[in-house]
Design a protein around this ligand. Structure first.
Ligand code: FAD
Length: 392
């Protein structure tokens, strides 16, 4: 089969989620995924990152059929505590205040489990074809989009979805301008075991050297750590011997979990922001990190990709219902407008959050702390923040 409705370049988190969601819109839609890594014969390996998956994204996991498979690995978040170093003010989001039935604000899942669950579900769908390991050699935009693969096969589709990540070559190839900003910060990510149980509480600790997130895993005595520091400090931290590293980490945890021990390999990610000026070129749409890559301070990158995918699916559904072409200019324009506006909000929020807590200015620190205390005391304002974090 060479004719598809959608060809997706990049079969990772955004690409595979888009394929499954579109496949749900109609089993008549034919979808191709082109992924340069071999996702068919090998499972994805741990890369240190555990994703905070919002309640709205979990709803989509249900719909595309990966929720149940992931429950053996998912840590629930029933409470998020945000603290600012020695400040007496804190912010506490409690799951039962938002979702009295399940009492959870979201889940923490190591991302390789999500990747493998997406791949397993894709293999069950008859209307999704995977070309992997494959890349594209040439793309032509005519009435349809023609894609020549690196093994000479030619496939075509009505729409092309660029899901090729933060440093998207497709974005570059079609000269879509993108704002890029280096944060000069690095995230060090790994798992720890700890003496006290985590009680499903996620901690975001804003400390002088940078924020530390402690994310509860399925095992009550294990958490995933995101330790963000300047590039220089993180280099120094990574060069410490195990005992020293663990001691520095324990100090940062402010002893909320008792004794801690690093139980996985450590991975590091330099942090940057990417915002594409527009989310399309002819009949190609940018999805996921290719469209907008945010600071991981609030754990929202993949959640944002999912919100864009939901927007696209809704538009495709409407076009099919009205008998319109799924690659109509109206659909492309509407996707560009809606997905861009969602991304803009998240890019601004995460960027401001990072600079607010990075500041050394006394007056900003005071305002920030008073803000934390104020939000915590005002139920309606707090609810607004919880809803935003939940992705609704
Ligand atoms: C430290 C850290 C922590 C994070 N924590 C969270 C979190 O808690 N919650 C959350 O929601 N998000 C989180 N994120 C963000 C999340 O990692 C990204 O948003 C997500 O991985 C984006 O997925 P993607 O599919 O768009 O891109 P990628 O995962 O980068 O995938 C791009 C894919 O395209 C393929 N590709 C590229 N070029 C080609 C080509 N020419 N041909 C074929 N295939 C190609 C690549 O091989 C790859 O598989 C975090 C990020 C970091 C750095």
């Amino acid at each position: 089969m060479n004719n598809f409705d959608f060809i997706i370049i990049g079969g990772s988190f955004a690409g595979m989620t888009a394929a499954l969601s579109l496949s749900n819109v109609s089993y008549d839609l034919k979808i191709a995924i082109v992924e340069k890594q071999d996702i068919l014969s090998a499972d994805r390996k741990r890369d240190g990152r555990a994703y905070a998956i919002s309640a709205a994204s979990l709803q989509l996991f249900h719909e595309i059929g990966i929720y149940d498979e992931l429950q053996a690995e998912a840590g629930e978040i029933s409470d998020i505590k945000i603290t600012d170093y020695k400040s007496p003010f804190f912010l506490d989001f409690i799951g039962y205040q938002v979702d009295p039935k399940n009492g959870q604000l979201g889940q923490i899942i190591e991302n390789y489990h999500i990747h493998n669950a997406l791949r397993n579900q894709i293999l069950r769908r008859k209307n999704i074809t995977v070309f992997s390991p494959n890349s594209y050699e040439k793309i032509e935009f005519e009435e349809n989009v023609l894609v020549k693969l690196d093994d000479e096969r030619i496939i075509n589709s009505k729409l092309l979805l660029a899901c090729d990540g933060r440093f998207s070559k497709l974005r570059e190839l079609y000269q879509i301008r993108a704002t890029q900003k280096k944060y000069h910060q690095t995230a060090i990510v790994f798992n720890i075991s700890h003496e006290k149980p985590h009680k499903n509480i996620a901690h975001e600790k804003f400390l002088p050297g940078g924020p530390l997130a402690i994310l509860p895993l399925k095992d009550p005595h294990q958490s995933s750590i995101v330790w963000i520091a300047s590039d220089k400090t993180s280099q120094v931290a990574l060069s410490l011997d195990e005992e020293n590293f663990t001691h520095q980490l324990w100090k940062k945890t402010e002893d909320v979990l008792g004794e801690v021990k690093v139980v996985s390999e450590k991975f590091s990610y330099p942090l940057n922001l990417v915002e594409s000026e527009k989310f399309f070129y002819k009949k190609m749409l940018l999805i996921g990190d290719a469209a907008a890559g945010v600071h991981p301070i609030a754990g929202q990158g993949f959640n944002l990709a999912i919100s864009g995918i939901k927007i696209l699916c809704e538009l495709v559904k409407n076009n099919l219902f009205c008998g319109l072409d799924i690659s109509s200019q109206g659909l492309i324009d509407a996707y560009n407008k809606k997905a861009k506006s969602e991304a803009k909000k998240m890019l601004i929020a995460t960027d401001i959050l990072n600079s607010l807590f990075e500041t050394r200015s006394f007056s900003i620190a005071l305002a920030r702390d008073l803000g934390l205390g104020l939000v915590n005391k005002l139920p309606s304002l707090k609810k607004f923040f919880i809803k935003s974090a939940g992705g609704f």
